[in-house]
Design a protein around this ligand. Sequence first.
Ligand SMILES: *[C@@H]1O[C@H](CO)[C@@H](O)[C@H](O)[C@H]1NC(C)=O
Ligand SMILES: *[C@@H]1O[C@H](CO)[C@@H](O)[C@H](O)[C@H]1NC(C)=O
Length: 834
Amino acid sequence: IILNLMIKDTDISASSQWYETTGPQFARLNREEGDGAWCPAGPLEPADVQYLQLDLRQLTFVTVVGTQGRYARSSGNEFARMYRLDYSRDGRVWISWTNRLGKKIIEGNDNAYTSVIKDLHPPVIARYLRIIPVTAICTTVCMRVELYGCPWTDGLIAYSTPEGQILSSPGHPIATLNDSTYDGVLERRRLSGGLGQLTDGVTGQDDFLQTHQYNVWPGYDYVGWSNDSLGPGYVEVEFVFDRMRNFTSMKVHSNNMFSRGVKIFSSVSCWFKPRLIADWEAEPVEFHTVLDDRNPSARYVTVPLGWRTAKGLRCRFFFADVWMMFSEISFRSGKMGSRCDVLQPSAPSHITWLLTTPNKGASTDDNSTSILIGCLVTIILLLVVIIFLILWCQYVCKVLEKAPRRILKEEQTVRLSSSSDTIVLQSPPVPPRVSQMDPHYERVFLLDPQYQGPAVPRNNLPELSQSAEASGFGGGYAEPDVTQCTPHQCFQSSVPHYAETDIVSLQGVTGSNMYAVPAVTVDSLTRKDISVGEFPRHRLHFREKLGEGQFGEVHLCEAEGLLEFLGENTPLPEWDGRPVLVAVKQLRPDATNNARNDFLKEIKIMSRLKDPNIIRLLCVCVSSDPLCMVTEYMENGDLNMFLSQREMESTLTHANNIPSVSMSDLLHMSAQISSGMRYLASLNFVHRDLATRNCLLDRRLTIKIADFGMSRNLYSSDYYRIQGRAVLPIRWMAWESILLGKFTTASDVWAFGVTLWEIFTLCKEQPYSLLTDEQVIENSGEFFRSQGRQIFLSAPPPCPPSLFELMMRCWSRDISNRPSFNCLYQALRPHVTH
Ligand SMILES: *[C@@H]1O[C@H](CO)[C@@H](O)[C@H](O)[C@H]1NC(C)=O
Ligand SMILES: *[C@@H]1O[C@H](CO)[C@@H](O)[C@H](O)[C@H]1NC(C)=O
């Protein structure tokens, strides 16, 4: 979840603000509202504590913070070089965040525009968060921020354990098994009132001396106790929850290195109490584990809690050996008194298992209708998942028998790992040239081409091509040749693909003001910018309305005398005597100035685009209101509609006269889109909304890429709305576009991959149809983290494996691994038939 999208203005406050226009509500990352950021009053002295406070409305597991300075379209240059965090679960007790080595300061920005993302090790579990800029000299600071995280559905607000102990034995390093990130108090050898390593999402290794974090001491990941020093033969741990909960199970991640005297617990007894000030209920839940003397690996032990309700829990874990070590404890609970329990007891936990960030579960809220809806949706989703799995299974068994192991393995890890219980928070690798002050908080130059992300396994392409025959759909077309398309070759072309300053947008007139485009004023748009002619308005004869958007309409018109008007350079095919039909996109006279600007900008951009696979602007009417642009009319509508009404060609479709498309049709379409996009990329144009709904087909099935912003009405479920303000095609967007608002040719390549996927599913399904919008956004976080938990679109059944390989390449985390449009075109070109 990207919290910024969820946080309302009223939940953002600050200790002070310099002006009205630099108030806390302007502190959102990648926005340029107000004066472009939050700035606290007055220059900040090193001793000052000024903060931006966010109320997340519920306990939240916050894992990443992004910050940015005040850029304000290059008029601002204030930023925070350093900052720290305070957090609170109840709004009263505030705790200063420290990293695993006890350091409070986080490195921030060193310019006003780049957003810097930091992993929080350990993550913060809190409802309130304060971001406190820190400075070494007296200076003005301004900040924009973003938080990433997910709802803390465990609901645990504190646990209390005996202090962790030290294990020293001759011949081994000393293991310090204290709870070093605990944020409560230590009193009489007992920790209480806080959370720490048992809830930080990091599980320990099989060998407790090994750690996930470098630079920490042996035994870091575990909290451990020995029977000898504790006395009663058990460890007593108490848990306090945010509200009354109905517990299904507790999972305890425990070490089992019996060769060093460590074992999981032999049994556990848990008592419950309904309120914090109440007696423990007499009847405990008891659970005996099966001890394992053969397998020394650390493991999760699941303790069923039998649907007991409570707000507090006290568990006694009995020793099975001299030592007991835990690294993580989590709880699953249904909601109290909710109808979910009646309808489908297992539903809530299934959501957590299948679809959301594994150990932190789906969001909870107290509205019972939404719970009911949630339950129904869950049941439907489960059915869909089951059907999907069955189909997938069949597909794997039949079709992919010879497919490379890698794809299968990847599919499986996705599924398996999404049911794993661990969030292993690792920092992404760092480019060597970045100097670091703190080894745990790394600058991630996300879009720096030199940044090398985790190695992507090199695939065995020849093997892939051979398996094409096995797909059963072979014949009549040649395999796309992706071998010539190595990532290196692709990005060494001389065109500066990602020159940010050159990025222009092709956005339509629906007012998607989220898209930051270089400011162009109306004044700067003169006639000479528009290289098409002004057509006499009275010669456009209205036929019918094709579409409608927030700021305008698209009409089908007959253009009288257009061919003569265009003369020599007509892009229209030879005239067959019928009236010339055109699409006329018209801006409402009462449209806002912004929409007007965008409209003129779109005219200016479109008039420069001349490619057989890009919709052509024929002429305009801009000398008087309403402003109009006249483009080719595409009789066959958009590709999405076209394909969704068709089936794959087969003897069945032939026999029954069902409209169908063949494999080579699909490949031909893909090639045409890549060709159009190649042209856009060569001009450094970023489309930002490539999808089948924006590809139009004419009578001869030539594809032309367009973006009639109007299509958004028809396909509104494809767009994600943020508090009614902006619409984003998140299911087509690269992770960096979603998380950082970066749109480049490389993010268009990503969208091209999704578009290919749509084509080969014949647009029968929305991308990631099993995920909610929020989960899609969460998934993009997994793409950023790249720990193998990201969910990829799966190969559409008729899609040749090598083509799916090409799609997967488009969805590479690092833009340098994504193919360029030129090489996508080279790979698909053999299929352009005329
Ligand atoms: C835990 O032990 C380590 C290593 O001895 C020590 O540096 C650290 O301060 C201890 N932390 C707490 C919270 O006791
Ligand atoms: C733990 O200590 C208790 C009391 O000192 C003793 O009775 C018990 O046998 C010990 N358990 C193990 C597994 O060593």
